[in-house]
Design a protein around this ligand. Structure first.
Ligand code: SF4
Ligand code: SF4
Length: 755
């Protein structure tokens, strides 16, 4: 014990403890810290077993980036050349740190939870600082420095410093307690009806497993936090009570209130002295136990989530990483195929369920929950490394799912089921929603690559891939048929292989071959022709861009398609590319540059917005109330959200937003190759849910900017019974209608051009 100068504000550390008790405390502290480092050592060894892709924090920050800036080199060979601004855009290091310290990603989709979490985060950070200061004062300054050097132990934990210390760190404790109690209350209230906190499996809601350990682990974690804070304040109160309320302790304002409450319930100074020591030991034991329990429980997210957020790189979803390239493996099969970041992802998951709630596949009744995928992979990875967490396991009566082990058990197919992996539309909603920066989609694609390599896919998908390999399109039609739709035009579209054009139109398979959609292509051609803009086609040289082929997991075929298209680009003379298909837009813009494409790539809504604002397309205001559906690959992946709205504004339309819009859009269900797979088993198609969402708005026009969306939603308005009061229109149909109306005028709205 270090004696205090008499009457000075301050307190004596270990005031009630004998030398033996103090030694016991330090022994327990050493054991707890040893377990802590052992646990983290096991986890770090697990991460180090993964592939290194370089530390993102050490990469150069994107030019002009301050947290929501442009993407940079996401990973080997994947430059992201243009600005992709938005909340979850690839942040620079400073932006990542800012997101962490402000809990921005936690607050983004739930303000109340985010603010409570922020209070807990900073409250406990403050209490950690307070404990460290006390330890430095007592152990380092008191015993090592002044004790050894001067032969007399001194303390700086007194006087004004002591008063300020107590005032500030009581506030930290109150913030932490308030935030924790809110989260506790929310969990108790919502566990049984909130989809986010419902642990039932998407593919197997009721049987064959038990996740009660997850629930117990959640309650243990939050319960320990509340108990730590509460006992801490009671210990303070008892100390003030037993020392007869010295006036300077008013600075320990929360402890003072607890002391008053204690005397209010009849605990006077004498009783406080007796209880104080017991409660102090309870509090200290819980704190030391918590330190040891941290790396083996949900509490590990205190470290892993922050670390994951610092190294997250959403450009890996826009521009997928290559296969692991180890021992000729096409996709992920063993733990060492995963990158270190992906292994960290598994430990960073807090089970918050935000991804689970937004997943269109889960909502449609498919066997996929991105949360469960991450938790299954975590359990599998821990088994591989012999790590046994506390109350963080799913149990199964048989050795299936994440518990599957032994020879012949494949990661893709047995540990994570085939139908789970094929259910994903790669919509990126999970990545966008995840507050800790987990990137689910690249992992899903790596597992799909393994399935494709084993030939484990449904026949329809196999046929589509065969068509793509043989004909360069999923329809299995001859390349000569690709531009057949142009025959019905009363003008010819220049061939970019034969003459210079400003804009090369990459039409895409559906807008070229699907007879229901060819009229949309002709409408766009007419609008552009009337505007006088110079544009042309690749004609029979165009092939499928490969975006969905890559997301299905057929990397070799993707590279073949890229090679062919790049050769066609090289033979042609054009200034920039535009495309009708948001999926093609994504790969041309974000992935082709890694293979050598150096042209600017735009979506047709961006071209139309500019032409309308320049007055090149004379229009007459339509005066309609419409709603607009953001395609995932346009709005969420590439943040092209303003261009379509600029078009609608130029047409004099009022856009009524659906609740889920822009980067929070809801998937149509066709992405990631799902358009080539059977969806008859779904309880409700995502496109039907979306039409119902739009129908709530009371608008009669559902505007799309993707040919596949046009087909999907045209079907969905019929199957949901909304066809008599809602029509699906491609945005170019509205432009055409407005520009062919009598008295159409050029409009220059002066709206800022989107990057
Ligand atoms: S990408 Fe979309 S469909 Fe796939 S898991 Fe994530 S939210 Fe679900
Ligand atoms: S993956 Fe992310 S969003 Fe999903 S449950 Fe885990 S932490 Fe939450």
């Amino acid at each position: 014990m270090i004696p205090l100068p008499s009457a000075a504000p301050g307190r004596t550390i270990f005031a009630h403890e004998s030398p033996v008790a103090i030694i016991v405390f330090y022994c327990l502290a050493v054991i707890s810290i040893a377990v802590f480092f052992y646990g983290w050592g096991r986890r770090l060894a697990k991460y180090r077993a993964g592939r290194s892709t370089g530390c993102r924090l050490l990469r150069p920050a994107p030019a002009g980036s301050s947290g929501t800036g442009p993407g940079t080199t996401g990973h080997g060979g994947c430059p992201v050349p243009e600005v992709v601004a938005g909340v979850n855009a690839t942040p620079g290091t400073a932006g990542a740190v800012l997101a962490l310290v402000t809990n921005r990603t936690v607050r983004r989709r739930s303000r109340a939870v985010g603010l409570a979490h922020l209070a807990v985060f900073w409250g406990f950070a403050g209490l950690l600082v307070a404990t460290t200061i006390v330890a430095i004062d007592y152990d380092v300054y008191g015993h090592l420095v002044t004790g050894l050097l001067e032969g007399r132990q001194r303390s700086f934990f007194n006087g004004d410093f002591y008063l300020a210390f107590n005032a500030v760190f009581d506030a930290a404790g109150v913030a932490a307690l308030g935030g924790t109690l809110y989260l506790l209350w929310r969990r108790a209230r919502a566990e049984h009806f909130h989809p986010q906190l419902d642990y039932r499996r998407a593919e197997q809601p009721d049987a064959g497993y038990s996740r009660s350990a997850f629930v117990a682990g959640d309650w243990l974690f939050i319960g320990v936090l509340v108990a730590l804070l509460f006992t801490g304040f009671v210990v303070q109160g008892l100390r003030i009570d037993e020392s007869h309320f010295p006036p300077y302790e008013r600075w320990t304002w929360m402890g003072w209130l607890f002391a008053r409450a204690l005397t209010g319930v009849g605990i006077g100074a004498e009783a406080a002295t007796t209880v104080h020591s017991y409660l102090w030991w309870l509090h200290a034991s819980m704190a030391l136990g918590f330190v040891a329990y941290l790396p083996f429980s949900k509490a590990m997210h205190i470290v892993t989530s922050g670390a994951d957020l610092l190294v997250t790189d959403p450009s890996t979803t826009r521009c997928l990483p290559p296969p692991p390239a180890a021992e000729g493996r096409a996709g992920y099969e063993v733990l060492t195929d995963f990158t270190r970041k992906e292994l960290l992802d598994l430990d960073a998951c807090t089970k918050c369920g935000r991804c689970h709630a937004v997943c269109p596949a889960r909502a449609a009744g498919a066997a996929l929950s991105p949360r469960d995928l991450i938790l299954d992979l975590r359990q599998w990875a821990e088994r591989q490394r012999g790590i046994r967490p506390v109350l963080d396991w799913e149990t199964r009566p048989d050795a299936t799912g994440p518990a599957a082990t032994g020879p012949g058990v494949s990661l893709a197919g047995d540990v994570v089921k085939e139908h789970t992996l094929w259910a994903c539309t790669t919509c990126m909603a999970c990545v966008e929603a995840c507050p800790v920066g987990i990137e689910h989609v690249p992992t899903i694609v790596q597992l799909r690559r393994s399935l494709v390599d084993q030939g484990r896919m449904e026949p329809r998908l196999q046929t589509a891939l065969q068509n793509l390999a043989q004909q360069g399109n999923s329809f299995g039609k001859s390349a000569r048929m690709r531009a057949r739709w142009t025959k019905a035009l009363d003008f010819s579209i220049p061939d970019a292989r034969k003459e210079h054009v400003d804009l090369l139109w990459f039409v895409g398979d559906h807008a070229s071959f699907d007879e229901r959609l060819q009229e949309l292509s002709r409408t766009l051609a007419r609008v552009l022709h009337r505007s006088g803009v110079s544009f042309g086609l690749l004609y029979d040289e165009e092939r499928n861009s490969g975006n969905d082929v890559r997301r299905v997991g057929e990397e070799g075929l993707f590279e073949m398609l890229v090679e062919h298209n790049l050769a066609a680009f090289t033979k042609s003379d054009f200034s920039e590319i535009f495309t009708t298909d948001p999926h093609s837009f994504n790969t041309l813009r974000n992935e082709y540059p890694g293979y050598g494409l150096e042209k600017r790539v735009r979506h047709y809504t961006q071209v139309l917005a500019d032409l309308l604002e320049e007055g090149a397309i004379p229009v007459r205001p339509l005066g309609r109330r419409v709603t607009y559906h953001d395609p995932c690959y346009l709005g969420r992946y590439n943040r092209v959200v303003q261009a379509p709205r600029r078009v609608l504004r130029s047409l004099g339309c009022e856009t009524v937003e659906m609740p889920r819009n822009k980067d929070n859009t809801f998937c149509c269900g066709a992405g990631g190759g799902r358009i080539w797979m059977d969806d008859s088993h779904l309880t409700e198609r995502p496109s039907e849910m979306r039409i119902k969402e739009a129908a709530e708005l009371g608008v009669d026009t559902f505007v799309v900017s993707c040919p596949k969306d046009y087909a999907m939603y045209s079907d969905a308005v019929k199957t949901t019974g909304h066809a008599d009061h809602m029509t699906v229109r491609d945005i170019v149909q509205l432009v055409d209608e407005a520009s062919t109306a009598p008295g159409a005028l050029g409009v220059a709205s002066g709206v800022a051009v989107e990057a």
